[in-house]
Ligand binder design. Structure first.
Ligand SMILES: Cc1cc2nc3c(=O)[nH]c(=O)nc-3n(C[C@H](O)[C@H](O)[C@H](O)COP(=O)(O)O)c2cc1C
Length: 233
């Protein structure tokens, strides 16, 4: 069983809460895994050219191309993104849009696989994790757990955080707040979040290694998907 981890943060790995949480989930699966950061990669969004509809291969040439085989070879995914403006960031969105190439006709390459979603935000990670779950659902992949945590908003390191009237620091803590290393948020300082990441990893590993039936998972997610579509029309 092989798991592909994706960190959609553009921050350096040692500074990224997303990277740390995705890594923690992966380390706890007990399965073989590969962790790829999208930092610095040039990945365009889907252009709706429909070049992929015949053979399920995207015709856009960029850094997504070498990832295609890794995505197909994985049995499960741990996908994390930072919260940008109450949704997932553009890098991760573009990456996941390009999974459109796997969805045509009878292509069943992704159906019934498993995933864990990860979201990190200056206030909340949930607005990033939730749409990742939707992207997975579109590919008939079951998201077995969502892990969310608080990271450091850029205002903690931009140099103007204590005085900026529109930044996160003043909005959250008021005008007299002094930034220190101790009060700068990091997922590793949130034991309940690290525990949730470890638990999600263990659950994913267990689900994968104890009779994972892709056909059954596919049926389950297809049912959820059609219920969601019917209730929203
Ligand atoms: C352009 C931009 C927009 C952001 N918007 C939000 C937001 O709407 N809500 C929030 O909670 N955090 C927001 N943040 C803060 C990030 O989610 C936060 O810095 C997080 O720690 C990033 O994860 P990372 O450290 O893995 O990159 C924003 C950050 C940037 C750069």
């Amino acid at each position: 069983m092989k798991i592909l981890g994706i960190s959609g943060s553009q921050r350096k790995n040692k500074k990224s809460g997303v990277y740390k949480l995705v890594k923690t989930v992966l380390e706890n699966t007990g399965c073989e895994y590969e962790l790829i950061s999208l930092r610095g990669k040039k990945i365009n969004g889907c252009t709706a050219c429909l070049g992929c509809v015949k053979h399920n291969v995207c015709k856009v040439h960029d850094d997504m191309e070498p990832l295609r085989e890794k995505i197909l070879a994985a049995d499960a995914y741990v996908i994390g993104a930072p919260n940008f403006f109450s949704t997932l960031n553009a890098t991760t969105h573009a990456f996941l849009e390009r999974w459109y190439q796997f969805r045509h006709q009878t292509a069943e390459t992704q159906w019934g696989k498993l995933a864990v979603s990860v979201g990190v935000g200056g206030a909340s990670g949930a607005p990033a994790a939730k749409p990742i779950g939707m992207f997975m659902m579109y590919n008939f992949i079951e998201t077995v757990a969502a892990v969310t945590g608080q990271g450091a908003a850029c205002c903690y390191s931009c140099g103007y955080g204590e005085t900026c009237d529109v930044g996160a620091i003043r909005m959250t803590h008021g005008p007299d707040f002094k930034i220190t290393g101790e009060n700068t948020p990091c997922v590793t300082k949130q034991p309940e979040v690290m525990q949730a990441a470890a638990d999600a990893g263990k659950l994913l590993g267990k689900r994968l290694t104890t009779g994972h039936d892709r056909a059954k998972v596919t049926q389950k997610v297809q049912k959820q998907m059609s219920e969601l579509f019917r209730s929203s029309t």
